[in-house]
Design a protein around this ligand. Structure first.
Ligand code: PEP
Length: 253
């Protein structure tokens, strides 16, 4: 069994000072929980401050986005080599970036490849809109996002070095989580078989697949009791100490 991974995506929340106030007490509780990989993804300006507070713990840091180039005339962007000193993970292709910042499967693929080149493990987000869900197109959408987003990546690069987050867009930030059974079925029927086709069975088994979308302290254990769900990508609840600690505790059981 793979170690479950719980990722807190803070999105555009918390100044440096607010980040410190959230992380310090939270980390004292999180560091006591064993058997779960914990990753916090603050906004870029808070990464160094949070990193300093996490020294001596196993809690890891991730970024919420990267550019695929190492440097150049890309105003406002952050290169993978600029964060790899602090971060082990990077969220790529979050639906908010796809919907609001023009990210395409092609740019997502460039970012996944750049992350892997710089020893950052990509957390590749896939998931369908409400309209696509209602018209039974979940399979088509997640298969396309995986096939295009993981193009030209070798099995050896992906093995043990890739996380997939299944995030139905209609469940993100809405309080309307998918049913755990539905999420598990998407992983079993569409995501894992697609990974097997892109790579091979052994590599596909080494890739952890998380669920994301309105996970909180109260519903987390239902998701983790599903056989294929190996973690959670958590937005809103990662900004609340008690909720996030409860989610990580549920993953540890
Ligand atoms: C997310 O930001 O990826 C997310 C799943 O948000 P929330 O947990 O708030 O639905």
């Amino acid at each position: 069994m793979l170690t479950p991974i719980v990722v807190g995506n803070w999105k555009m929340n918390n100044t440096i000072e607010q980040a410190r106030s959230l992380v310090y007490p939270m980390s004292l509780k999180l560091r006591e929980i064993k058997g779960v990989e914990i990753v916090l993804c603050p906004p870029f300006p808070a990464i160094m401050a949070v990193s300093a507070l996490l020294q001596g713990t196993d809690i890891k840091l991730g970024a919420q986005n990267i550019h695929w180039q190492e440097k150049g005339a890309f105003t406002g962007e952050v290169a993978p080599n600029m964060i790899s000193e602090y971060c082990s993970y990077v969220i790529i292709g979050h639906s908010e970036r796809r919907a609001n910042f023009g990210e395409t499967d092609e740019s997502v693929n460039l970012k996944v490849r750049a992350a892997m080149e710089h020893e950052l493990t990509p957390i590749l987000c896939v998931g369908e809109t409400k309209e696509e869900y209602d018209s039974d197109r979940t399979s088509e959408v997640v298969r396309r996002q995986l096939n295009e987003g993981l193009k030209d990546i070798s099995s050896s690069k992906a093995k043990d070095n890739l996380v997939i987050a299944y995030e139905p867009i209609w469940a993100i930030g809405t309080g309307l989580a998918s049913s755990p059974e539905n999420a598990n079925a998407v992983l079993v029927n569409h995501i894992r078989p697609t990974l097997e086709k892109i790579f091979d069975a052994e590599t596909a088994q080494s890739i952890r697949i998380q669920y994301g979308g309105s996970v909180n302290g109260a519903n987390a254990s239902e998701f983790f009791s599903q056989p294929e769900i190996e973690g959670a990508l958590v937005g809103g609840a990662s900004l609340k100490e008690d909720d996030f600690v409860a989610i990580v505790q549920a993953a540890a059981k």
